[in-house]
Design a protein around this ligand. Structure first.
Ligand code: GDP
Length: 404
């Protein structure tokens, strides 16, 4: 009976989505953090086959002693088989360089939060369709192969960011370790992460209908964490035959893309081929939602802005502040901006009233326009009312607590 049914053509729906996404391109923001000299820039170049750091100047050893952490953003557009990816790499030079490293990770936390804040602002504005997503989708955190696991600085950093970004821990310069030592270090790091209750990126479960090969690769990838990686910007000839990316030593060559030598391939497969979209989704649905919810809560929370609680918060470190807040002045500014946008929208010059133009909702009179896109305007109006009510509520509560 099924085959008697007429063909409608829904089967082509995925193609439409595919074409649209390819046309739009993909963007991804990757942060690399960890001590200097652990091979972060070399690994990024090896991962994406670019030379993202050609203009980099390395500071002298003496300058490093007092060096503070800076945030550098570099972008590159990669095209492969007609698919464009706009990759932004956020580097954190100076991390852990200084003699006094206390709180040196705070600029990173602030940076991640600023990207969330920017997105929240853009999302609440009128031009929601063209939002530039600068949120950090993943942080590759480099751990030294020379230590005995996570150092206090690693733990402090990971704790400060683990609820704001997807963390993927990696052991840099893994050619410094023998396979047995690598496994022992991995186990130690896994135990420490568990003990310290640090949440790293959780790989989603494999679908039961996936083929066996995929399932095996997925399990292998999960077992590899933290990925032990080797990077190299050089292509060497292995025995004069096959050109490979690797590091040549007097005793032989370490191959970056050889799964017996390191987890580079697993990391690249995971980051690019299998989990890029999931990393973006977790950033949006979980990490950003958490930030957004806490912002809204702090706006509506009774007494959130009274003097007592503010003086208490100022004594805490920035990472301990429980709820990030949009300042009241910011909220007022946002409301004013929205008011202006709505008025501008309604005051657009009217076109000549030809019958054909009048039929076009975008060119009709303001009142007609109001009716033609009621959902958008209703939503804006509701948002304005909500924000005004919240402001009034917190003002009244502030006054009440002042009189008490
Ligand atoms: P970053 O400061 O963390 O960005 O480190 P770099 O990528 O600049 O690397 C610092 C030095 O380590 C350079 O001399 C690299 O050639 C070297 N290097 C990078 N990756 C590796 C690796 O996997 N193994 C070894 N042995 N050396 C590496």
């Amino acid at each position: 009976m099924q085959q008697d049914k007429e063909y409608v053509g829904f089967a082509a729906l995925p193609n439409q989505l595919h074409r649209k996404s390819v046309k739009k391109g993909f963007d991804f923001t990757l942060m690399v953090a960890g001590e200097s000299g652990l091979g972060k820039s070399t690994l990024i170049n090896s991962l994406f086959l670019t030379n993202l750091y050609e203009d980099r100047q390395l500071p002298e050893a003496s300058a490093r002693l007092t060096r503070t952490l800076t945030i550098e953003r570099r972008g590159v557009e990669i095209e492969e088989g007609g698919i464009k990816v706009k990759l932004t790499v956020v580097d954190t030079p100076g991390f852990g360089d200084s003699v006094d490293c206390s709180d040196c990770w705070l600029p990173v936390v602030r940076f991640i939060e600023e990207q969330f804040e920017q997105y929240l602002r853009d999302e609440s504005g009128l031009n929601r369709k063209n939002i530039q997503d600068s949120r950090v989708h993943c942080c590759l955190y480099f751990i030294s192969p020379f230590g005995r696991g996570l150092r206090p600085l690693d733990v402090a950093f990971l704790r400060a960011v683990h609820e704001k970004v997807n963390i993927i821990p990696v052991i840099g310069k893994a050619d410094a370790l023998m396979p047995k030592e690598t496994q022992a270090l991995k186990q130690k790091i896994r135990d420490q992460l568990k003990e310290e209750e640090i949440n790293i990126y959780q790989f989603p479960d494999c679908d039961s209908d996936e083929d066996e090969d995929f399932k095996r690769q997925d399990a292998e990838m999960k077992e590899s964490i933290p990925f032990a990686v080797i990077g190299s910007c050089e292509v060497v000839r292995d025995g004069g035959t096959r050109p490979v990316r690797g590091r040549r030593y007097s005793w032989g060559t370490v191959e970056v893309e050889n799964p017996h030598h390191c987890d580079f391939l697993n990391l690249r497969r995971m980051l690019v081929q299998t989990h890029l979209q999931d990393l973006k989704e977790v950033t949006h649905d979980l990490l950003y939602e958490g930030y957004r919810a806490s912002c809204l809560q702090s706006l509506a929370r009774p007494g959130a802005r009274d003097r007592t609680s503010r003086s208490k918060l100022s004594r805490q470190s920035a990472t301990e502040i429980p709820l990030p807040m949009l300042p009241l002045a910011e909220t007022e500014k946002l409301i004013r901006e929205k008011d202006e946008e709505v008025s501008k929208y309604l005051a657009l010059p009217q076109p000549p009233r030809t019958p054909s133009l009048l039929r076009s909702p975008s060119m009709a009179s303001p009142s007609h326009r109001l009716q033609s896109c009621p959902a958008q305007l209703r939503r804006m109006q509701e948002m304005l009312e909500k924000m005004q009510a919240q402001m009034q509520q917190s003002q009244t509560q502030g006054e009440q607590s002042d009189t008490l």
